[in-house]
Design a protein around this ligand. Structure first.
Ligand SMILES: C[S@@+](CC[C@H](N)C(=O)[O-])C[C@H]1O[C@@H](n2cnc3c(N)ncnc32)[C@H](O)[C@@H]1O
Length: 263
């Protein structure tokens, strides 16, 4: 057996199923839309994403899983037309509010899921999927992005498959199975005959910048569920032992930034 015998699309689906990955209903994202920062397109993450893009000869952009417009709106001022595709009507409503606030009239929402038929989704010079490719079928998702891009695709994906510093999880009695990460994407693209480039974007941990242990512990419960007394005690010792590390919320989070040409 050699590497060409491995069906990385199938391996990804198997890994996702084994890790208990499930498609969230769009309503779960609707509920988060209003709370998302209005200025996400000016965040260090958005800057890091955009500065890695080649926008030469690019006038149209399709942002898949666009949310409230982190990448779509960061680039709308440079484009003739921008399409924001998302299955959450709540996210698309905030996208359009944000576009209106910035007086963009070239932004169009597309209410659609990764899994739907995309035959009427417009092909664009550049297609992006920022932090939005937590799909059950990666081979299908990559084929869709590739088919809609006249020039290039850019996406970010998990590195390591966990959203919390594994060192913190080890302190707890939790061993969440890591989700499949970017390495499947590189292999699937290779098997599609593409030549992906990979870079990394570091962002603050989602546990960063808490002003007290209680706030830190509360944030952590959003990700891992309620903490037992023993877990809380171990975590408090970790938090107090190194205030700088505690302020950072443990290790920073790392996204893989993957791009490829389609022509
Ligand atoms: C973490 S947010 C990322 C938003 C934005 N791209 C960013 O980088 O800030 C993930 C987005 O993907 C969308 N999403 C999740 N699953 C989806 C699916 N199956 N089809 C379409 N959109 C989906 C969610 O509604 C949400 O807006």
């Amino acid at each position: 057996m050699n590497i060409f015998d491995i069906d990385f699309g199938q391996r990804y689906r198997d890994h996702m199923a084994a890790a208990g990955g499930r498609e969230k209903p769009p309503e779960a994202w609707d509920a988060q839309a209003a709370g998302m920062a209005r200025q996400m397109q000016e965040s260090p993450y958005a800057h890091a994403f955009v500065e890695r893009m080649d926008l030469s000869a690019v006038t149209t952009l399709l942002d898949v899983g666009c949310g409230t417009g982190t990448i779509a709106l960061a680039l709308a001022g440079r484009m003739e037309r921008v399409y924001g595709l998302d299955y959450s009507a709540g996210m698309l409503a905030v996208l359009m509010e944000n576009a209106a606030l910035r007086q963009f009239t070239n932004v169009e929402p597309i209410l659609r899921a990764w899994e739907d038929d995309w035959s009427d989704v417009p092909a664009c010079d550049v297609v992006v999927a920022s932090r939005s490719s937590s799909v059950m079928d990666m081979a299908d998702a990559l084929a869709k992005l590739d088919a809609k891009a006249k020039r290039r695709v850019y996406l970010t994906s998990l590195v390591g498959g966990l959203f919390i510093d594994p060192g913190i999880l080890e302190l707890l009695d939790r061993r969440p199975p890591p989700l499949p990460d970017y390495i499947y994407i590189l292999n699937i693209l290779y098997q599609m005959g593409r030549h992906p480039r990979v870079d990394y974007i570091e962002t603050d941990s989602r546990l960063a910048n808490t002003e007290s242990f209680d706030v830190f512990a509360r944030k952590l419960t959003h990700s891992v569920g309620e903490l037992s007394d023993a877990e809380r005690t171990r975590l408090a010792a970790w938090y107090d032992a190194d205030p700088v590390r505690a302020r950072r919320g443990g290790a920073p989070f790392r996204w893989a930034f993957i791009s490829w040409e389609t022509r």
